[in-house]
Design a protein around this ligand. Structure first.
Ligand code: GLU
Length: 272
């Protein structure tokens, strides 16, 4: 890639304190942009207004300062970009690639799970038999009130190259099923918002955690549907605690805030 054309992004979701796993991913995103002589944007993924809090945005900014991470330009707030996501919903609906789903989360929880060794990649697969008949979408002129799902091409193998793991392949309908693009509570779903933004912002490389590998496969389907050029991918390994559990925002003791507040230098952690 032409070095100066690199455009990356930091894409935090401010729903809690960030931890060492986030630090690894953010630092990698920052370093890769810098090494490429490129640009790094900050996009705050605050669509879920129930769970995203201003205090977590403040904490995140303090974490970035503590890690010595800077970005270019003004931060982009997803909560201010609803019309962009809505336009993508309209396009997908016009192409009849998405459908309204009235099943509950509980019904879906009881479905057969994808057979992955990696825990993060096991998830209930939405049964094809639950898809509504053709034309179900036409009855809606707004997304509110139901979950909107993307109809995946069952059996198609989605391939991509990851900067760390090399060639990867996931099968639609086996590793992941019909996924949400718009939530029942009228919030654009993660997959749709991220693709809409990465496309519009002209992101050339996405650096994020390995827990999102299946999302990359899903998002490639959205890129194809929207006729957009996908970025390159770099998925960072997850950080686990001493019991092998993946860190989550609820583990206070390993939060970046607690390190910061105890006066621990980020460099000291990095060099361990
Ligand atoms: N906001 C997402 C997260 O915090 C990351 C999204 C992405 O990098 O695509 O897990």
């Amino acid at each position: 890639m032409n070095r100066s054309s690199y455009k990356g992004r930091l894409a935090p979701t401010p729903t809690g304190d960030f931890h060492l796993g986030h630090a690894r991913t953010f630092h990698s995103a920052w370093r890769r942009a810098r090494e490429a002589g490129g640009v790094l944007m900050l996009r705050i993924e605050d669509l879920d207004t129930q769970r995203c809090k201003a205090e977590f945005v403040e904490g995140m900014l303090a974490d970035f300062a503590w890690m010595g991470i800077g970005w270019d330009g003004e931060p982009v707030y997803q909560s201010r970009r609803r019309s962009v996501y809505r336009a993508v919903w309209e396009r997908l609906k016009a192409m009849d690639l998405i459908y309204p789903c009235t099943r509950s989360r509980r019904e879906l929880r009881d479905c057969v799970r994808a057979p992955h060794e990696e825990e993060e990649l096991r998830e209930p697969i939405y049964p094809v038999a639950w898809r509504p008949g053709p034309g179900a979408a036409a009855a809606y002129d707004a997304p509110a009130g139901v979950t909107w799902r993307f109809r995946v091409p069952e059996g198609e193998v989605i391939r991509f190259t990851d900067a760390r793991r090399g060639e990867l392949a996931y099968t639609a309908g086996v590793d992941f099923g019909d996924f949400a693009v718009w939530r029942r509570d009228d919030v654009p779903a993660y997959e749709l918002a991220v693709v809409a933004d990465d496309l519009e912002m002209g992101i050339t490389e996405v650096v994020r955690g390995e827990d999102l590998l299946l999302s990359t496969a899903r998002q490639l389907l959205l890129y194809r549907a929207l006729g957009g050029m996908p970025p390159s991918w770099c998925h960072e390994p997850l950080v686990r605690d001493e019991n092998g559990r993946r860190l989550a925002k609820r583990y206070d003791s390993l939060s970046l805030r607690s390190f910061r507040e105890r006066g621990v230098a980020f460099e000291a952690l990095r060099n361990q």
